[in-house]
Design a protein around this ligand. Structure first.
Ligand code: G4P
Length: 527
């Protein structure tokens, strides 16, 4: 395998994010078809977790298992190696998505033209903004009657707090959807709903006055002329630097289901999306073209076979070359580890890989050595930064339901929270354990897995907690005073950081106002 700069610069690692049902799975599949990674439509299983009235826990785990196989999908497109990292479709697993976003170099955001910007999209974009991840936006389902494109772009700018730069513009929508005008290539892509696999060719037009436009778009030509005139006046032109700095997002319109607008976007994506970049560790900044291997764990997935407690830890390679069977240094444990069967993933196939380069993601079998955020090197002591934890939204106390199995319960909760299924907080006094999650579903998954994998049973007692904030201060006395004053609401996270559990938003606002010397953090990233 080539280790030269060109091998690094020839890689694009990205994720597709969306609100559930906006069309992420459909778009993924079309990308894989273009990349030749799959031959038939329907080969990519949705990783959506469907919770029906009869859904049992095993079902949830099985459905989650499907997403292991599609965790990373790699394909070649126009001489580039493209790595597409999958993100869970269910909102209760949003933390998984946040972490996956730390392992990509750019993002494609899918917005449904009927529903517009939905709450989950806002949160995901917040993470992209925090990390300055470049974003391309795909407005999907133009074959349906959606909102006016100007209104949609307004909503995106306001709610997602990013400037938009339309690259194409739709000619009508819904039943009368005719296609798009590519503002940069100055040509038309006409929509033919019958044509499912290859995208129609660009029809160049001299100018918007070209009679070909009237011929192709009929009575919608006048509207397009008016719209494009307005677009030119309202939005600035595309500037690659603005995109790379995450200040502006290029926008495409299309229909994933009809394979329309996808190739145009993919061609632009491979031209503008950034290759693997440098990465900040606590000690220094690591460049992708450094020779020694470095990488970090951003996701841990339990195997679905309950007889084995093996897990798969996903590593993003940051520099150098990872080699199968070589000894690597686990920096947190100070331990040497060898991986004989690292995996790469392609659609539903799992293959053993011999080598991996910056931007690649490999799956390592883990028997309990890894935590989210762990760093692997060839010996250097490094700890990559930036695997944030977010303030959870639902809190419950874990109560042991089987006193004979308290050790198992402790071990199970510790390991499951290392995997990032949920966050664990402990009271400084006594052994009260609190689990915080972003969704209800995790509690069911935890309860089920504790019983099946660790033989421990527990109950969850709901707690009246609104938010958990990490607290720090430059003034140690003030921090000490605050933690004593709020003793019953102070807990430690797994890394021993102090956390304040606020009952409600009013109380939290009061605390922030009345304690100017204490900093309240809503993600662990700034600690
Ligand atoms: P997700 O991964 O973001 O959750 O969305 P997914 O691709 O599963 O798409 C959600 C639904 O929207 C699917 O329909 C899919 O067929 C449909 N869809 C995706 N792109 C388009 C589009 O361009 N136009 C239209 N009209 N629909 C689109 P479903 O009925 O929920 O699922 P299925 O039975 O078709 O798989």
């Amino acid at each position: 395998m080539d280790t030269s700069n060109s091998a690094v610069s020839g890689r694009r690692t990205f994720a597709i994010i969306s609100h559930p049902d906006a069309g992420k799975t459909t778009l993924t599949e079309k990308f894989l078809l273009f990349g030749g990674a799959i031959q038939v439509a329907g080969a990519v299983k949705s990783n959506k977790i469907r919770k029906t009235a009869t859904s049992d826990f095993l079902d949830i785990e099985k459905q989650r298992g499907i997403s292991v196989a599609t965790s990373v999908m790699s394909f070649r497109y126009r001489d580039l190696q493209v790595n597409l990292l999958d993100t869970p479709g269910h909102k209760d697993f949003a933390e998984d998505t946040y972490r996956t976003l730390t392992a990509v170099d750019s993002v494609i955001l899918v917005v449904d033209c009927v529903n517009g910007v939905e709450p989950q999209t806002e949160k995901l974009m917040e993470v992209c903004r925090m990390r300055k991840t470049p974003v391309i936006i795909f407005i999907n389902k133009l074959d349906r009657e959606g909102q006016n494109p100007f209104d949609l772009l307004d909503e995106i700018e306001q709610k997602l707090n990013i400037k938009v730069r339309p690259m194409s513009w739709p000619i009508s929508m819904g039943f009368t959807f005719k296609g798009v005008y590519n503002l940069h290539k100055k040509g038309l892509y006409m929509f033919d709903p019958g044509k499912k696999v290859t995208e129609a060719d660009l029809l160049p037009i001299e100018s918007l006055e070209d009679p070909l436009l009237d011929e192709k778009a009929g009575k919608h030509a006048a509207q397009l002329r008016e719209d494009v005139h307005l677009v030119d006046g309202v939005y600035g032109g595309f500037d690659k630097e603005e995109y790379l700095n995450a200040d502006a997002a290029p926008v495409f319109f299309g229909s994933a289901l009809n394979n329309f607008g996808i190739k145009d976007m993919l061609d632009t994506f491979v031209e503008i999306a950034p290759p693997p970049g440098s990465r900040e560790a606590q000690e220094r900044i690591v460049q992708p073209d450094e020779k020694p291997f470095t990488g970090f764990i951003f996701k841990i997935h339990a195997n679905i076979d309950p007889r084995h407690r093996d897990r798969i830890a996903f590593v993003r390679v940051c520099s150098g070359k990872f080699r199968r069977g070589k000894m690597y240094h686990h920096t947190r444990l100070g331990k040497a580890l060898r991986f004989n069967n690292p995996y790469s993933f392609l659609a539903r196939e799992k293959n053993v890989v011999d080598e991996a380069l910056p931007g690649d993601v490999i799956g390592l079998y883990d028997t309990g050595n890894f935590k989210i955020g762990d760093t692997l090197t060839e010996g250097e002591h490094l700890q990559f930064k930036g695997i944030p934890r977010f303030s959870p939204e639902i809190f419950r106390e874990v109560v042991n339901a089987d006193p004979m199995k308290s050790k198992q319960l402790d071990k199970g909760t510790a390991q499951l929270t290392d995997e990032g299924v949920a966050q664990l907080f402990t009271h400084p006094m006594g052994s009260k354990k609190i689990i915080g999650t972003v969704g209800e579903l995790q509690f069911e998954v935890i309860q089920h897995r504790l019983l099946n994998e660790y033989g421990a049973s527990c109950k969850f007692v709901p707690l009246n907690v609104y938010k958990a904030c990490w607290i720090t201060s430059d003034n140690a006395d003030k921090l000490d005073e605050f933690t004593r004053f709020k003793m019953h609401q102070i807990v430690y996270d797994k890394d021993g950081h102090l956390v304040y559990l606020a009952d409600n938003s009013w109380m939290l606002d009061q605390m922030i106002k009345n304690n100017p010397e204490i900093e309240f953090h809503f993600t662990s990233e700034s600690l």
